[in-house]
Design a binder for this molecule. Structure first.
Ligand SMILES: [Zn+2]
Length: 303
């Protein structure tokens, strides 16, 4: 689920009805939160255990990647149903993020994690939550906290991990979002293409034909429904450019937001909660990050 965006296009782009070919057992494992090597200075407005920095475990590329598992704490993200029961987006994004963390460290990266536990990133105020979870101001504050983390840790690349949802349970597939109005938009688009193709390829290697919905410019996503400001802004906050009074300090590095699966599709929800499905997602993103920095052949754009 995209913060501040309504994914209306899914209504007009019926995904191929191709549930994953293999049925996998639900094996979601809650890993213990890893402990950081260096937290650096505490960041104002962030929860004390948010935004931890992890050193490489093999080699050192002298590059920091920001990994942002979407949602957390009072914000469950999208809700779906797997055969084993309810799926909350926040749990899957965290599991994928933690798996990606270890893979990237062993590839020589430093990794800044927006969160490593089931919690928001921002220290929330009284107007940031209500009985439904995060309010609009809470979403805005929590997303800004993630940007603040990425900038403070001087990340060279950002990946935000989400999962999709739609009222029509036949909608499915992977897609990746980038911003086309930044000074580094060419890099955004290249990275988004790598993430998208690597994810679909990784699913295929594991035996799952997840539909490829392609990459999308974030300005194509918006319906001005959440708030006047969000509608006027017209970008994903985490990826987009500055706008005075709404986003004064935008993310300073290329990045993408990926939604590898729909939790509202039963087959994809089963994949999302499985250990093998989560490993396939982490593997795909890991390969995209290596491809981005190694400057190899740019994956063909899809969609
Ligand atoms: Zn989300």
């Amino acid at each position: 689920m995209l913060v501040g965006a309504i994914t209306l296009w899914a209504h007009f782009r019926a995904a191929p009805a191709a549930p994953p070919a293999r049925v996998v057992p639900a094996t979601t494992v809650t890993k213990p939160a890893p402990s950081a090597d260096s937290n650096g200075p505490k960041l104002a407005g962030l929860r004390p255990d948010a935004c931890q920095l992890f050193a490489p475990t093999a080699g050192d590329r002298h590059l920091t990647v920001f990994v942002d598992p979407g949602h957390g704490g009072v914000d469950p993200g999208a809700l779906g149903a797997a055969s084993s029961g309810e799926v909350q987006e926040k749990d899957v994004t965290l599991a994928v993020g933690l798996e990606l963390l270890e893979r990237l460290r062993s590839d020589g990266y430093s990794v800044a994690m927006s969160r490593t536990t089931d919690a928001t990133v921002a220290q929330l105020g009284p107007n940031d939550t209500d009985e439904n979870g995060l309010t609009q101001s809470g979403e805005h504050r929590d997303t800004q906290a993630r940007i603040q983390c990425a900038n403070a840790r001087q990340a060279k690349l950002m990946i935000a991990i989400h999962l999709n949802s739609f009222f029509d349970p036949s909608a499915g597939g992977a897609e990746t979002i980038y911003d086309a109005e930044r000074e580094f938009s060419d890099a955004n688009e290249r990275f988004a293409g790598l993430v998208q193709s690597s994810l679909v390829d990784s699913f295929a290697r594991h035996g799952w034909a997840v539909p490829d919905r392609g990459i999308k410019d974030d300005s194509s996503l918006f319906a001005p429904v959440l708030s006047m400001q969000a509608g006027n802004y017209g970008h994903l906050l985490e990826l987009g450019p500055s706008q005075s009074g709404w986003l004064d300090d935008p993310s300073r590095m290329p990045g993408a937001l990926t939604e590898p699966l729909f939790v509202t599709d039963r087959g994809e929800a089963n994949l999302a909660v499985s250990g093998e499905g989560q490993a396939a997602m982490a593997e795909g993103i890991q390969q995209a990050i290596n491809g981005y920095f190694d400057g190899g052949a740019t994956a063909a754009k899809r969609g």
